[in-house]
Design a protein around this ligand. Sequence first.
Ligand code: HSE
Length: 437
Amino acid sequence: MSSNLVKIGICGLGTVGSGTFNVLNRNAQSINARAQAELEVIHIGARRDNPDCDIGEIRVSRDIFDVARDPEVQILVELIGGTSVAKELVEEALRNGKHVVTANKALVAEFGNELFALAEQNNVVIRYEAAVAGGIPIIKALREGLAGNRIEWLAGIINGTGNFILSEMREKGRDFADVLTEAQELGYAEADPTFDVEGIDAAHKLVILASLAFGMPLQFSSVYTEGITRLTTQDVEYAEELGYRIKHLGVAKHSADGVELRVHPTLIPEGRLLANVNGVKNAVLVEGDAVGPTLYYGAGAGAEPTASAIVADIVDLARELSAGQSCRVPALGVATADLKALPVLPMEQVVTPWYLRIIAEDKPGVLSSIASIFSDHGISMEALIQKPPAEGETRVPLIVLTSRASQGSMDVAVATIEALESISGEVARIRVEALDG
Ligand code: HSE
């Protein structure tokens, strides 16, 4: 093995920080062989110690900026989360000529454009494999493994907490809040779990994947974001009756009119591989023009799966340091100056089939008035289930699967249906994705 020494600083010693430290220690021999260098953690920045890892005599600073200023540190691993202090820390590290490894998707999604440019100016790089889909090497797959392809679209289950909640609800009929508490205890959920259940975490990850796939700057504010909090167990059951599973998906599609960037609950045909991704697992389906569909699956959250991705980035950087390269692989695969802004398609123009749940009076003529409203808007009904009324109830749920329709047409059709006297409340709507192109 080479005698190159690569010195690492870790900022943040929470669940992921201690997991990273432990993986680096446990697998030191094989990691060093792969890195062609001896990796040594020489400085830890953390407000408090973590009993889950034994850091021995390693220098500890309570001020994390001491790590970014330590002239010995070559790679700074940012694991503090958030976007204010973390951004300052990463900027300081880059200005001081350090490579940065981060698991911070919010930081990359919201400030990646400026941070990547700053890294280039300082001839260092930011690696962020752990920011998307936990332990799955999806960043490397998109940036390197699929570099020969024009990526047409990708769709992924990219929030482990949300998938864990949906799986437990479907399989065990468990209560939403109860499963969320368990996800927090297991270390899957974000510090603010509304990021998980409202789709913000998935939107952070989607925008990163889309930029890599389509060579565009990060456009987090353009992502349509809808979470899982309004899903009901009834919808999960009705979807199953129709042969579908409900999953929370991030979808990025490249078309002549623009790029679709959207995160929302989705009905997927039950035979699709993505429909069968359960628990905290994530999976990303990527369609390239040369390779066709490829699927990446694995643990999307948790200390050691995330550590696996972080250590892979450290090894990558250690190799570059050992090789003395002056031409670095850019963070998004192409230099920031070569990224091309693409128009993001307004949601009104996004076309999908739809699942609708309509609460209607159980009397003659209601169904035909609904059908004629759909027909007026060029939407056809592909499947229909009418449930019997509950005892003493005169209203029934009507479950409809429609043909492909733009959100704009569906908005108008649904508003017209909701205005009918025989209809109660709002019509529940979920998009459907066949995932076949
Ligand atoms: N809260 C995230 C999730 C952690 O549940 O997927 C991994 O990014």
